[in-house]
Design a protein around this ligand. Structure first.
Ligand code: ATP
Ligand code: ATP
Ligand code: MG
Ligand code: MG
Ligand code: MG
Ligand code: MG
Ligand code: MG
Length: 260
């Protein structure tokens, strides 16, 4: 009978459209906090960079690498994180919506669960949530270009925001600070920073986490343990968080196994 046909699984499922990400390409899932400008205001994040908020983001990224073993590298700045999945990953048969939604929901719940660890004095007043997208990159060289793009963005934004907030903290209105910075290049921004702080090359004294963002990856940890034959090195793999220059090739040459 026709009516019964309409409830058959094959019929109902035939409407589903599954977009599978191209085989043998690196999948990058980038997530970004939704309305984090407001979220950071409500929770009184330090401006321009709240270190604890960044540490919480990094802790969530470490948890993602431990949970999703196909993620080989992650790079984070501000309220965003990019996760690189190895090119032969078969996670969710490479179905984009399942990969993105599971990473995003895992990240969001970890952020909420661990909030108190990083902000013991602050009640969470709004729920954090993230959006996400997946993009395929056909070679490791292009993945490196992608990551370099994110790190350049981090630097440009940090340079601008550091100037902006120093001007505001020195008594300028936000709109005056904005017009002061309009059209300025790096040397002028550095001049402003040095003049306002009285510190030569002030930008270089900032924590690397603010200037370079955070890179998360599996690395070998070697521990010396004592036994009958004396001390021997025992190594195991752990997820580490570094603040490295990933634009230059040095990092990738030192860690060839990450994108092999
Ligand atoms: P959207 O929902 O479109 O992503 P958004 O408000 O999240 O909007 P973004 O462009 O993603 O805007 O920028 C994130 C904002 O969150 C930053 O501009 C900054 O104000 C704030 N923010 C995020 N992380 C931190 C941090 N660690 N310290 C201080 N402020 C932060
Ligand atoms: P996948 O990650 O592929 O979705 P899964 O373990 O979540 O795997 P599902 O097919 O989604 O498997 O089934 C969910 C399972 O969770 C059920 O089989 C059941 O064992 C358990 N479960 C979910 N909700 C309840 C509930 N309210 N009470 C008891 N068990 C539940
Ligand atoms: Mg966004
Ligand atoms: Mg955002
Ligand atoms: Mg953002
Ligand atoms: Mg499922
Ligand atoms: Mg399930």
């Amino acid at each position: 009978c026709e009516d019964l046909n309409k409830t058959r699984p094959e019929y109902v499922k035939s409407f589903q459209y599954e977009s599978r990400l191209m085989l043998s390409t690196w999948i990058v899932v980038r997530i970004d906090g939704c309305h984090f400008h407001r979220f950071s205001d409500i929770h009184e994040f330090e401006k321009p960079n709240d270190a604890q908020a960044l540490n919480l983001m990094n802790a969530c990224a470490v948890a993602v690498l431990e949970e999703f073993r196909d993620v080989v590298f992650a790079y984070g700045v501000s309220d965003e994180y990019s996760f690189v999945l190895k090119k032969d990953s078969q996670l969710y048969q490479r179905c984009a919506s399942e990969i993105v939604s599971s990473v995003v929901s895992f990240f969001s719940s970890t952020y909420t669960m661990r909030w108190n660890e990083f902000f013991p004095q602050k009640e969470m007043k709004r729920l954090p949530y993230f959006d996400g997208r997946a993009v395929c990159y056909p070679s490791s060289e292009i993945v490196k270009d992608y990551l370099a793009w994110r790190q350049v963005d981090c630097h440009i934004n940090n340079q601008y925001n550091t100037c902006f907030w120093l001007l505001v903290k020195s008594g300028k209105s936000k709109s005056d600070a904005q017009s002061d910075l309009k059209g300025t290049q790096t040397p002028e921004k550095n001049e402003i920073l040095d003049r306002l702080t009285g510190i030569l090359n002030y930008y270089d004294t900032l924590p690397p986490m603010f200037c370079l963002g955070s890179s998360v990856f599996w690395d070998k940890e070697t521990k010396m343990v004592d036994n009958e034959e004396g001390a021997t090195g025992k190594s195991r793999k752990i997820v580490v968080v570094g603040h490295c220059n990933i634009i230059e090739t040095g990092f990738w040459e030192a860690h060839p196994q990450i994108l092999d």
